[in-house]
Ligand binder design. Structure first.
Ligand code: BGC
Length: 450
């Protein structure tokens, strides 16, 4: 069993890079802006190049994971991450920096779905939730580490190069690690490489007969070939919709605006200095990490759906209170602590629900043959919604006010709870093949595990 944990840990370094490379820009951009005298258009370009890369990476790599395999796809992203980190660190000009950040974005777009996909296919069902969510834990750790690095390096000059360059270290460890790890047994079976799959299963699923598993997996692969048309077959559509809807709820309930706005909220609540704002950001990131650990502990015990309900209910309450806080002319006494408390409560609630469960669910609900492509679609939707929310946040706060915007996020959370009740399946304890059989029987996903 230990081998499974080692495999999941190494693959989840892709999550660490996802978190680090998206988080690092908030500190680095302050220095880059000063050094190159950037206009706000250029700042915007440096910041958004990663998001754009991620959207494109997720969109165009759909068949890569199905054709080349999960392991090789992660090796490619590790190469891109390493190259991007070194390239950013040595960029002499802004256009070159933008190009390398875009390259890192491509890697993030691919890694964000291939890492959970690989882990889910190599894990036994009873610990799959925990192991796949190790990837989300690493994302949250990456975000905090990027804040800490930014904080530690703020004393020197030109330190932004180090901020980017340090990302090469986990990328190289991921690259070397993945070279030695086995390919996903499910992907091997889908390519007819049965002997290699048997060898992997013997190692990863000790105590179980690999041939029985091979037979179960093979049963899901009766039809030959694979193409995009199959991704849109009627029996797969319910799963496609669940993935895209969860992507929508994960992003449209405002997670990244809260992460981004946390320091402002703390300042507004009267915790004035810059230093306090940075420390508060680190605090928010730390709560995110700690509650993801709680989620990992609970996902395979109480299941995915109860955590979705509890977490989204918590998000709704905290967003409603935050809205009230921003509605009031000023915050004093106990009110400012209530505002701070609701930001922390929001992050904690996200971390036990939509944070890990979106990435986990999309690694579980798609048929093996088209899993890579279908996951890339859900991932594309996630990055797409992320970009739309980021781009429209300022307009929204202009039109609805900050209070109105947070209340809108709260309403979307409520819709998310109702949607989850009716359409999101419970996948706890089931094998990926059982999930696929249920979907194939035409019953959709509702009632699965009920
Ligand atoms: C989301 C990111 C978010 C992060 C925060 C991830 O699951 O996809 O958009 O920044 O969680 O922890």
């Amino acid at each position: 069993m230990l081998i499974i944990y080692v495999i999941a840990f190494v693959a989840a370094l892709a999550g660490l890079l996802f978190g680090y490379d998206t988080g690092v820009i908030s500190g680095a951009i302050l220095f880059i802006k000063d050094q190159f005298n950037l206009t706000s258009v250029l700042v915007e370009r440096v910041v958004s190049s990663v998001l754009l890369g991620a959207v494109i990476g997720a969109a165009f790599s759909g068949s890569m994971a199905d054709k080349l395999g999960r392991r090789r796809s992660i090796v490619i992203t590790a190469l891109l991450f390493s190259l991007g980190a070194v390239g950013c660190a040595f960029s002499p000009t802004i256009p070159i920096l933008v190009c390398f950040r875009f390259l890192i974005g491509l890697a993030i777009g691919v890694a964000s779905y291939v890492a959970p996909l690989y882990i889910s296919e190599i894990s036994p069902p009873d610990v799959r939730g925990a192991l796949v969510s190790l990837n989300q834990l690493m994302i949250t750790c990456g975000i905090v580490v990027s804040y800490l690095v930014a904080y530690a390096l703020t004393l020197g000059q030109n330190e932004w190069r180090w901020m980017f360059g340090l990302g090469a270290a986990p990328a190289i460890i991921l690259l070397i690690g993945m070279i030695f790890l086995p390919e996903s047994p499910r992907w091997l079976i889908s390519r007819g490489l049965i002997d290699r799959a048997r060898a992997v299963l013997a190692k990863t699923n000790k105590g179980k007969n690999p041939d029985v598993e091979i037979e179960n997996i093979s049963k899901t692969l009766t039809e030959k070939g694979c193409c995009w048309r199959e991704v849109f077959q009627p029996w797969v559509r319910p799963a496609l919709l669940v993935g895209i809807a969860l992507a929508f709820f994960q992003q449209a309930t405002g997670i990244n605006t809260i992460i981004y706005y946390a320091p402002t909220i703390f300042e507004f609540a009267g915790f004035g200095s810059h230093r306090v704002a940075i420390l508060a950001t680190i605090g928010v990131g730390t709560v995110n990490v700690l509650m993801t650990i709680v989620a990992i502990w609970l996902l395979d015990k109480i299941g995915r759906k109860p955590l979705l309900y509890i977490g989204m209910a918590g998000m709704t309450i905290s967003l409603a209170i935050l809205g009230i806080a921003f509605y009031l002319p000023s915050l004093s006494g106990i009110l400012k602590w209530i505002a701070v408390g609701s930001v922390l409560f929001y992050i904690a609630s996200f971390a036990i629900s939509l944070g890990p469960i979106f990435w986990l669910m999309i690694a579980e609900i798609y048929p093996l043959k088209i899993r890579g492509r279908a996951m890339s679609l859900a991932t594309l939707a996630n990055w797409g919604f992320n970009m739309i929310v980021a781009a429209s946040f300022l307009t929204l706060t202009d039109k609805l006010g900050k209070a109105g915007t947070f209340w809108l996020f709260a309403v979307i959370c409520v819709v998310g709870i109702i949607y989850s009740y009716f359409f999101v399946p419970e996948t706890k304890g089931l094998t990926l093949e059982q999930i696929e059989e249920h979907l194939h029987s035409g019953k959709g996903l509702y009632k699965l595990g009920a």
